[in-house]
Design a protein around this ligand. Structure first.
Ligand code: PQQ
Ligand code: CA
Length: 688
């Protein structure tokens, strides 16, 4: 066998030498070249356009019924698994909770190495939405991972040893985290961060892939006006914020916590920016204003990081409507004109088609029911419903802050012309805070004890709309649904589509399903160990096509809620035609009895409710009502656990699992009240 350099050395596949040459050859040119065959899956969305459309068709609509399990690989995790597995010549790189990276030989399903960046487990509460990681990036023999605590780390792809590490965080006092997959192009690795529920200012940074040296940084929202603007885009943006809101004190938000999409044709990188911080615009910018660049797609020069254009999908965000959802770059024909577009389905419930050469709006249409806007006008501005921002009334925002579409990647199949979009509804009611004080852990302020600052109280009135989850096949040209598959719950997985006329998706209720991409007919399914939220990938090894999915229930919805009676560990499942491996033994989710017998004073229940909402609800859910996600529901704890709450809440005995030490944040008197709320709620819902 002759290798690239002309050396006639036969390598054992999976050996360090093989990995050095295979992953060493990954660069922008090879990622582009791979689109001709889709043999490898070298970057988060498969290709730079992030289509998640594979040209492989060995597995297709006629034979998908014959695929079976080849192997499973345990990620040994209990929290959410959101990563898309990358594969180059049979070597898989997949990340697990706490940003742990696993290298797996797909020829055997065996571990090559793991890398644990050593994120302080006690700091899990510094991110809003589970200690997840959406995946790694590969470039010239290195694996890049964004660690949850904000470090960007380069790892040697063959040895699993750290090559370099950079602290990407500008201000360590603030709750910044990284959950997204880095993107690498032309020798630069780009990463953003999360934290807009806590009061941070968003930005993205490019580093030299080889050395880790910083190349450029672009802030998404303006900073303290007493300091100079970083660039002209910040000067322009500041005009759309009301300084009376002192937005820089609560960071402003706009965090780029997921999508960063490189466009090799136009040498631009598109950043999807997040929600406002705090969410409530009346507090953040009392006189109103669009608050650029929240809820936007922003094009930057890929070389310099300089602003080129923006399109704001949610002007003056008020509802946690992030535009961080994954983008797809497509060349499609609209009104007989070939157009270079971005396809995008942000949280706000509208499907957007944007001209990516200049950021001009082409069309937007709601893909689920929405109640905050009736549509978009010809200039691309939403026609808002006034009640959606009433300061003195509560509002069932539809979509709610979980979004009509969250981070779960969609895919686009040019053969069907359809986008496969995991859509959902998670009801939530928002009531504006009358008096907002940054970092006040006060009662009823959701998750405020762990640092949230959103300017709303949640569900002070029970929401009236109903939850749902569905797969939508969406025609972006007609802006119309072609078919749908309904699910039992929200929070289903990302999608993959192939030239075999297939769509693959994992589901919240613990299945992995294949559909006919044209018609939506279900062609195959298998149970997997727990709810699946990540997107699958497909690749060819030694002439054979495989499909892999990393399964592990979690993410913001999955911390507190569930749709299966199974639980972890996080596991990679790999399927191929003729696979005959037995499914692993699934672990049954052990839910205790509804809590009974904890002594409490009913007078403590109202205060207990208020404290629970601020300190416990974001991870433990509503006692007894929710059934526990990847974190236990306290309404089903043993009575001794609740009676002795102080043994868990103080001193950090479960900090390895992500439970913070509340010493100094809660008192023993608070715990007495929390106990009253937990037992009181369990008693209130107990069937008579
Ligand atoms: O505003 C932010 O900075 C931020 C960060 C993240 C994150 O980093 O995971 C999420 C969100 N917001 C968010 O609004 C959201 O719905 C969400 C879901 C998830 C998830 O992984 O399940 N992360 C995030
Ligand atoms: Ca957010």
């Amino acid at each position: 066998m002759t290798l690239g350099g002309g050396a006639a050395v036969a390598q054992t596949k999976g050996s360090p030498e093989h990995i050095k040459s295979a992953v060493g050859a990954v660069d922008s040119a090879s990622i582009k070249a791979n689109t001709a065959t889709s043999k490898d899956w070298p970057t988060y969305g498969l290709d730079y356009a992030e289509t998640r459309f594979s040209k492989l068709d060995q597995i297709n609509a006629s034979n998908v019924k014959d695929i079976g399990l080849m192997w499973t690989y345990s990620l040994e995790s209990i929290r959410g698994v959101e990563a898309t597995p990358l594969v180059v010549d049979g070597i898989m790189y997949v990340s697990a909770p706490w940003s742990i990276v696993h290298a797996v030989d797909t020829r055997t399903g065996k571990r090559l190495w793991t890398f644990d960046p050593g994120v302080d487990r006690e700091k899990g509460y510094r991110g809003c939405c589970d200690v997840v990681n959406r995946g790694v990036a590969l470039y010239k023999g290195k694996v890049f991972v964004g660690a949850y605590d904000g470090r960007l780390i380069a790892i040697d792809a063959a040895s699993g040893q750290k090559v370099w590490e950079k602290d990407t965080i500008t201000d360590r006092k603030m709750s910044y985290t990284i959950t997204g997959a880095p993107r690498v192009f032309n020798g630069k690795v780009v990463i953003g961060n999360g934290g807009a529920e806590y009061g941070v200012r968003g930005y993205v940074t490019a580093y030299d892939a080889e050395t880790g040296d910083q190349k450029w940084r672009w802030f998404t929202v303006p900073g303290d006006p007493s300091k100079p603007f970083e660039d002209g885009s910040m000067e322009a943006a500041a005009k759309t914020w009301d300084p009376a809101g002192k937005y820089w004190v609560s960071g402003g938000g706009g965090t780029a916590w997921d999508t960063i999409t490189f466009d090799p044709d136009l040498n631009m990188v598109y950043i999807g920016t997040g929600n406002g911080s705090p969410w409530n615009r009346n507090i953040r910018s009392p006189a109103g204003g669009d608050n650029l660049y929240l809820g936007s797609i922003v094009a930057l020069n890929a070389e310099t990081g300089k602003y080129i254009w923006h399109y704001q999908e949610t002007p003056g965000d008020n509802w946690d409507y992030t535009s961080t959802q994954p983008m797809i770059l497509a060349d499609i024909t609209i009104d007989n004109q070939p157009r270079k577009v971005v396809l995008h389905a942000p949280k706000n419930g509208f499907f957007f088609v944007i001209d990516r050469t200049n950021g001009k709006y082409i069309s937007a249409k709601n893909f689920v029911d929405v109640n905050w806007a009736t549509g978009y006008d010809a200039s691309g501005r939403p026609i808002e419903v006034p009640e959606a921002r009433t300061p003195d009334k509560s509002f069932d925002s539809i979509p709610g802050p979980f979004g009509a579409h969250n981070w779960h990647p969609m895919s686009f199949n040019p053969q069907t012309g359809l986008v496969y979009l995991p859509a959902q509804g998670v009801p939530l009611n928002l009531t504006g805070e009358k008096k907002f004080v940054q970092n006040d852990p006060g009662p009823f302020k959701y998750a405020a004890t762990t640092g949230w600052n959103i300017g709303f109280t949640l569900n002070t009135e029970p929401p009236k709309n109903l939850p749902f989850g569905r797969l939508i096949a969406w025609d972006p040209v007609k802006q119309k649904e072609a078919w749908r598959a309904e699910y039992v719950a929200p929070w289903n997985g990302g999608t993959l589509t192939t030239a075999g006329n297939l769509v693959f998706q994992g589901t919240a209720d613990g299945r992995f399903v294949a559909y006919n991409a044209k018609t939506g007919e279900k062609l195959w399914e298998t149970p997997v160990g727990t709810g699946a939220v990540a997107a699958p990938s497909t690749y060819e090894v030694d002439g054979k096509q495989y499909v892999s999915i990393a399964v592990g229930w979690g993410g913001v919805f999955g911390i507190t809620q569930r749709a299966t009676d199974r639980e972890g560990p996080g596991t990679v499942y790999t399927f191929a035609v003729g696979g005959k491996a037995p499914l692993p033994a699934f672990t049954k989710y052990q839910i205790g009895n509804l809590l009974k017998g904890v002594k409490y004073d009913p007078k403590d229940v109202p205060d207990g409710t208020a404290i629970y909402v601020s300190a416990c609800a974001s991870c433990h859910g509503v006692p007894g009502v929710d059934k526990g996600g990847n974190v236990p529901n306290l309404g089903y704890s043993a009575p001794e656990t609740i009676t002795n709450l102080k043994d868990i809440v103080f001193g950090g005995p479960f900090k390895d699992k992500g439970m913070p030490d509340f010493t100094g944040k809660l008192t023993e008197a608070d715990l007495t009240k929390i106990q009253a709320f937990i037992q009181g709620t369990a008693d209130a819902i107990r069937p008579k």
